[in-house]
Design a protein around this ligand. Structure first.
Ligand code: PLP
Length: 375
């Protein structure tokens, strides 16, 4: 049985070229980058070349890139430090953020007695910008935390527009860019954002590594203590092989961006057409014209009774899709994102998130739809 992976918003297959680079570093460059002997200096040099290469992708300086264990850590650090170090008294966010942001804010709200406000979400899954402006008109030291591409429905935020609004209102702006880094270009000299986060496993790199972009001049303290790595901002011995893998994955993602983006966009269009031809009454969740090119979330015209069986049946045939973010996909609770945008009838029906990569083909889609028809 050929297995078909259509869950690329959860994680991605590592590129073979990335594995090759990582193996080379693991076997040959095992020095601790903090050691002053030649082994350590060599690892340190690899680390700094990686940082430089990543910074170049975003048109920023190397010192604005801090390596972390991934995006959950980077989001926690930034949200926590905004309160503790930057003294914000309010966080404005939305109910459709990833739990790495939402749950962190809920804890911080209790711990620090800050004010948390949620921007309204429109029925197509986009942010109500007028409401954001209205909230910002109240003059309180604020961090706005809004994700770039939603990991469940793929809605896209205009970072430049929101960044400008935040600047006009003297608010800091953090965006969880996990789903878009490596899949679209960013010129951070043009986008007025203070903090971004990335996770390598979302762009065909290794798991357990990511980075935070912290705008020069915004001064944060570390989330935890114990070493001087990353200029004291992120203590702990750097995972050099992972960082090298992430860098290679990002370089390749941007080198191949146009060609891979076209392939994936065509595949998404093909999937929508095939699904519409096969199932009367199928609906795309979110605005199909304004969702990101690798994520498709559909509400199937099936009975509620089939909801619990659908992923199981697909999995039995070797097909991986998801019902929401990976951490929720085993649960029968409706996703917190769909709960914000779907009506009472549609929320009971099964919705599926199909997320593509350049490794997918139209044959994968045909096989997926055949199995779905049999359910
Ligand atoms: N933010 C978003 C939007 C995500 O999709 C994910 C991954 O599922 C995360 C944060 C968490 O990233 P990591 O796996 O690096 O902790």
């Amino acid at each position: 049985m050929k297995k078909i992976y259509l869950d690329n918003a959860a994680t991605t297959q590592i590129r073979p070229e990335v594995i090759q680079e990582m193996v080379k570093v693991m076997s040959e460059e095992y020095g601790n980058p903090s050691s002053t002997h030649s082994f350590g200096r060599s690892s340190k040099s690899i680390l700094e070349l990686s940082r430089k290469s990543i910074a170049k992708c975003f048109n920023v300086s190397s010192q604005e890139i801090i390596f972390t264990s991934g995006a959950t850590e980077a989001n926690n650090w930034i949200l926590n430090s905004a309160i503790v170090d930057l003294k914000v008294e309010r966080i404005i966010t939305s109910k459709i953020e990833h739990h790495a942001v939402l749950h962190t804010i809920e804890i911080l709200e209790k711990k620090h007695a800050i004010k948390v406000e949620y921007v309204k979400i429109k029925p197509d899954g986009t942010i109500d910008i007028n409401h954001l402006v209205e909230l910002l008109s109240e003059n309180i030291p604020t961090l706005v935390s809004l994700m770039h591409v939603n990991n469940e429905i793929g809605t896209v935020l205009d970072l430049e527009e929101i960044g400008k609004i935040c600047k006009q209102h003297h608010a800091y702006f953090h965006s969880d860019t996990v789903q878009s880094i490596g899949k679209t270009t960013f010129d951070l000299q043009e986008i007025p954002v203070d903090f971004l986060v990335a996770s390598a496993h979302k762009f065909h790199g290794p798991k357990g590594v990511g980075f935070a972009f912290i705008r020069k001049g915004v001064l944060l303290n570390p989330l935890f203590y114990g070493g001087e790595q990353e200029k004291g901002l992120r203590p702990g011995t750097e995972s050099v092989h992972n960082i090298v893998g992430m860098t290679k994955a990002l370089e390749m993602a941007y080198q191949l961006l146009e060609e891979e983006k076209k392939h994936i966009s065509d595949l998404k269009k093909y999937t929508i057409n095939q699904l519409q031809d096969s199932f009367d009454g199928i609906k795309v969740n979110g605005n199909p014209d304004h969702t990101f090119y690798n994520i498709l979330n559909v509400c199937l015209p099936f009975s509620e009774a089939k909801t619990s069986m659908i992923l199981f049946n697909l999995d039995m045939k070797g097909i991986a899709v998801s019902r929401g973010s990976a951490c929720q996909s085993g649960s029968l609770k409706p996703s917190h994102v769909l709960a914000e945008i779907l009506n009472d009838d549609d929320i009971k029906k099964p919705s599926l998130r199909i997320s593509f990569s350049h490794f997918n083909t139209t044959e994968d889609i045909d096989a997926f739809i055949e199995v779905l028809k049999g359910i």
